[in-house]
Design a protein around this ligand. Structure first.
Ligand SMILES: NC(=O)c1ccc[n+]([C@@H]2O[C@H](COP(=O)([O-])OP(=O)(O)OC[C@H]3O[C@@H](n4cnc5c(N)ncnc54)[C@H](O)[C@@H]3O)[C@@H](O)[C@H]2O)c1
Length: 314
């Protein structure tokens, strides 16, 4: 199959691109930034396009060149805190560009548009935890509201054009290659700082919980969302709640970090607790998580340690 992946240079995008190439697909990546993890030069079936998803002409020309059957849309402004400080950037990227991209994809003959939403941000503080796909969307952040709005616009594009839209609504994703310098991705940030024996800031209260899902499991959900007979929108998570302080202690154990956490102020837009019940993803896609949290954390720390040692050696 021919596919186009936006956000192909990012954390989840890099894993997805490798999986798609390994399965023999022709993959065009579209990202504003170069890959954080370059593929070997001349990797078969791979084309990499630099462009901004807010630039309609660039998007249309990439679609015309790639002639994809499936678009996996991962490019996004991904930080809750940035969304609160810079709503325009968030809304333009996550709502407007997503809608334009789906319209352009429909016109280019794309059959399935696989969107990436956020199960972690779309429900705000749900009345029942774990939240499922029947839970009312009530985001607390601009980022969460953008992800919900984008799905609503996508449903309209689907009804108007006939393109089939699926949406993967992941919990907090973690794993190797996540950016440890950003404002999101607590496991990557903590791991990097612990390996360097630097201070680790835990935003108060630290008892707030999230549902963590390993990147390979999210990639599997995206592939299933593309292959399913109908376009479905499903949360993808483990169902378990893990607190930020639990993560701190688990990672401290794995990295041998002995300092106490430095407590920071609470962050606007952050929610106190969330976990997701992925029953619908199980029924619609046959998806279930396969990597346990212990195993996923160990794999992540190993990968970050390898990078750290390579940097130190080089
Ligand atoms: N990481 C998580 O915990 C998580 C959880 C739920 C949902 N998601 C969603 O998954 C998707 C992928 O997230 P990620 O963790 O891989 O983030 P990431 O930041 O590593 O990747 C996003 C990519 O999008 C690109 N991008 C940003 N703005 C762009 C623009 N205007 N034009 C073109 N490219 C642009 C970035 O350069 C980056 O390579 C996003 O849609 C995110 O909202 C992530």
């Amino acid at each position: 199959m021919r596919v186009l992946v936006t956000g192909s240079s990012g954390f989840v995008g890099s894993h997805l691109v490798r999986r798609l190439l390994a399965a023999g697909h022709e993959v065009t990546g579209f990202d504003i930034a170069p890959p954080r993890r370059p593929l070997e030069p001349g990797a078969e079936g791979w084309r990499d396009v630099r462009g901004d998803i807010r630039d309609e002409a660039a998007v249309r020309s990439a679609l015309a060149a790639a002639r994809p059957e499936v678009v996996y849309h991962l490019a996004a402004q991904i930080s809750v805190s940035v969304s609160m400080r810079e709503p325009r950037l968030d809304i333009e990227t996550n709502v407007l560009a997503t809608t334009m991209l789906a319209q352009a994809a429909a016109e280019a003959g794309v059959q399935r548009f696989v969107n990436t939403s956020s199960g972690g941000a779309m429900f705000g503080e749900p009345p029942v935890v774990p939240a499922d796909d029947d839970t009312e969307a009530a985001p607390r952040s601009i980022y969460g509201a953008s992800k919900v709005a984008a799905e609503m616009y996508l449903r309209i594009v689907e009804a108007e054009t006939g393109i089939s839209v699926a949406s993967v609504r992941p919990a907090n994703i973690y794993g190797p290659w996540q950016d440890p310098h950003g404002e999101a991705g607590v496991i990557a940030i903590f791991t990097r700082r612990m390996l360097r024996n630097e201070d680790v800031v835990v935003f108060a209260p630290g008892t707030d919980t999230r549902d963590y899902v390993y990147v390979d499991d999210v990639v599997a959900a995206m592939l299933l969302a593309a292959e399913a007979p109908t376009g479905e929108m499903c949360v993808v998570g483990s169902g378990a709640e893990t607190s930020t302080l639990d993560i701190f202690h688990a990672l401290a154990g794995l990295t041998g970090y002995e300092r106490a956490p430095v407590m920071g102020p609470p962050r606007p837009g952050d929610i106190p607790r969330i976990a997701l019940d992925a029953r619908k993803a199980r029924e619609a896609w046959g998806w279930r998580p396969t990597v346990t949290f212990e195993d996923g954390l160990a794999r992540t720390v190993d990968a970050f340690r390898e990078e750290f040692e390579a940097e130190r050696g080089g």
